[in-house]
Write a protein that binds this ligand. Structure first.
Ligand code: F3S
Length: 393
């Protein structure tokens, strides 16, 4: 049975207004389902349900009403990617009707006091939670990165529960907020030699499918870079529902059960997974930055395309903050000169690429490959950044 503080009781009774009452009702309902005994304060929130493509007219009306009824956030809160770059949507080729509706959603969130930074990598854009910090994040790749690579604590929030946490400043204390639920049940022995981001992504895709919601612990990747771990986690969260993993010698925590299930990942699984994800065509659109690209990833793309101009449309998706740094470094200018776009606030999956005429797209991310196929009706090419940018057939 949940015990609420006096302040939380006041929110629930409606003394602090209807918006807080409704938000607290959502949190209390969750607490009952998961047997949470108390609420805990959260330091930051990431809200999903931003793209008009994913939430549609019903979502737009819901968010608009919430803002008009006085919903206001009380902790630093950020948005997941929207359906377009708010400044460059015309360059992208987004239909005007879509853009108008997308802007209504963004303006409603802004009215609630939410920062207009629409990214799935808030941790690269100024919000980097510390080890042990409680947060309420919603986007699955951000959740798994925060729990695993940063050692912060969040459940996989839904859009409404994350927004409720932002409005009340608390979340029910259950799931991955508790020590006892942060133990890996599966030990993965990585025998394959992983080099690129898409190798890590392919491994994540394979392991995620096998483990589902369980927490895997990896042996054999102590030298993985942050970008590689970002890709690994995103893929596991997409093919399974992984919200936490460990990598020996690499993640701040390493807690494995006494008798874990054991899996090996060898060259054979790596090769088969890459083949499964790749349609082996020449793409019409190459997309890089799932999860949103770091400055290092943008630097690598810049180097590649400055040497040889790709003969294909290509997007690099990132956050506003990282894009700004990329402008300062001169990367954006060079990528644009090579025919590409560096987009902020959006991504290949939540933008209306089908409506924009694309039918065959490419990614170096297994998460993007999965959703481009399932949600965007694309035939999908999967490979290294270099491979997909210069593919001939
Ligand atoms: Fe981010 Fe979009 Fe990929 S939200 S994780 S870039 S599908």
């Amino acid at each position: 049975m949940i015990e609420l503080t006096e302040k939380e009781e006041k929110m629930l009774s409606g003394e602090k207004g209807d918006a807080k009452r409704e938000a607290m009702e959502i949190l209390v309902a969750l607490a009952k389902i998961y047997n949470a005994e108390k609420m805990i304060p959260v330091k930051s929130v990431q809200v999903s349900g931003v793209s008009y493509k994913t939430i549609g007219e019903a979502g737009l009306i819901y968010v608009k009403k919430l803002a008009e009824h006085g919903a206001r956030v009380v902790v630093p809160t950020f948005l997941n990617p929207a359906g377009m770059d708010c400044l460059q949507w015309q360059k992208m080729g987004v239909p005007k009707n879509f853009a108008d509706r997308q802007m209504k959603i963004i303006r409603s969130y802004s009215k609630m006091g939410i920062e207009l930074s629409c990214t799935c990598t808030p941790y690269l854009a100024g919000v980097r939670p510390k080890k042990g910090e409680h947060i309420a994040w919603a986007e699955s790749s951000a959740v798994v990165f925060a729990n695993s690579v940063l050692g912060a604590r969040t459940n996989r929030e839904g859009g409404p529960s994350a927004l409720a946490a932002a409005i009340c400043g608390v979340t029910p204390n259950y799931g991955l907020h508790l020590d006892e639920n942060r133990i890996a049940e599966v030990l993965v022995d990585v025998k394959a030699k992983l080099k690129s981001i898409n190798d890590y992504s392919a491994m994540g895709y394979y392991i995620g499918k096998l483990v589902g919601q369980k927490h895997p612990a990896f042996k054999g990747i102590p030298g993985a870079t942050e970008d590689q771990l970002k890709s690994l986690g995103a893929a596991m969260a997409a093919s399974g529902a992984v919200a936490l993993f460990y990598a020996k010698g690499r993640t701040p925590e390493w807690k494995v059960s006494d008798s874990p299930e054991k899996i090996s990942f060898t060259e054979k699984e790596l090769k088969e997974t890459k083949e499964e994800l790749d349609s082996e065509e020449k793409p019409e659109l190459v997309t890089i930055g799932c999860p949103h690209a770091s400055l290092k990833e943008i630097a690598k793309v810049t180097k590649l395309v400055s040497r040889k101009k790709p003969d294909v449309h290509f997007w690099v998706c990132t956050s506003r903050k990282v894009r700004k740094k990329a402008v300062e470094k001169g990367y954006v200018k060079k990528i644009e000169k090579a025919g590409g776009l560096v987009l902020a606030d959006t991504c290949m999956v939540v933008s209306p690429i089908w409506e924009m005429g694309f039918r065959v797209s490419a990614a170096n991310s297994a998460k993007a490959a999965k959703y481009l196929r399932n949600l965007c009706h694309q035939r999908v090419c999967f490979g290294t950044t270099k491979d997909i940018l210069y593919r001939r057939k």
